[in-house]
Write a protein that binds this ligand. Sequence first.
Ligand SMILES: [Zn+2]
Length: 126
Amino acid sequence: MREDIIESKLRILKKSKFRSSFHLRKYMINYIDEKGINVIKQHTRDFIIKKLLNTNPNDGHQTPMKSHPTFIAMHATSTCCRGCLYKFHHISKDKTLTNNEINYIEQLILTWIKQDYKEYKNGQKK
Ligand SMILES: [Zn+2]
C-alpha cells in the first residue's frame, strides 16, 4: 500500500469530529514503550483477523473504546467494525477480507498509532 494513500486517508479522518476525538491515553503510551511497536503491530494483525476477517453477527460492538492502543486506533481510523470499514473504506461487509485489505488496515492503524504517539511525546496535547 502506498504511503500517500494512507496519509490522505488519515487526513480525511482527522476532519471528522468523531474520529479525531480519539487519542492514545497515557497508559497506552506506556504500554507501547514497554512492548515496542513490533509487538503492537503483531497484536494489531491478530485483532484484525479476530474481529474483522469475516462478517460478525455482533458487528459494531466487537471493539472496546479503551484498554489496548490498537482499539483506540481502530475507532480513530474507522476500522472498528465491518460497518465502519464499509462506510469509510468501501470494503464490502459480506466477504472475507483479502490479504491486501488486511495489510491496508494494519498499515492505517500503525501509521495512526505512530502519529498520535509522536504528538503525545511532543506534548501537543492537552
Ligand atoms: Zn465501527
